[in-house]
Design a protein around this ligand. Structure first.
Ligand SMILES: Cc1cc2nc3c(=O)[nH]c(=O)nc-3n(C[C@H](O)[C@H](O)[C@H](O)COP(=O)(O)OP(=O)(O)OC[C@H]3O[C@@H](n4cnc5c(N)ncnc54)[C@H](O)[C@@H]3O)c2cc1C
Length: 76
């Protein structure tokens, strides 16, 4: 698959990604690996999406908490 465009200037983005969550970050990573320069547009002030965080008293907390149960044997 050739993701390079022939008429795009080298100093301009070659692809636009909407959303800076994992999917957007993953797409940006893959595009970069293929020599395409992406730009990622995120609606929120910070990227991360569902996996993002916010600040409380100078510390960063996850937006959603993760919970592991003692019977999650496959995790340990
Ligand atoms: C509590 C919790 C625990 C989880 N644990 C795991 C885990 O252990 N392992 C795992 O693999 N997954 C886990 N997940 C799921 C994982 O976090 C999500 O599947 C993943 O973050 C989704 O990423 P995404 O990029 O698809 O979507 P999102 O994270 O929703 O990102 C989409 C982004 O696009 C932006 N956006 C939307 N519309 C626009 C627009 N029009 N213009 C600009 N920006 C826009 C949004 O603001 C957002 O930042 C967990 C999720 C939660 C909530």
């Amino acid at each position: 698959m050739n993701l390079n465009t022939t008429n795009a200037s080298a100093d301009r983005p070659h692809a636009v990604i909407i959303g800076g969550g994992f999917a957007g970050a993953g797409a940006a990573w893959e595009l970069t690996r293929h020599g395409v320069k992406p730009i990622c547009l995120e609606a929120e002030r910070r990227s991360g999406g569902l996996a993002g965080s916010f600040e409380v008293n100078g510390e960063r907390l996850e937006k959603f908490y993760h919970h592991w149960f003692t019977n999650d044997a496959h995790v340990g």
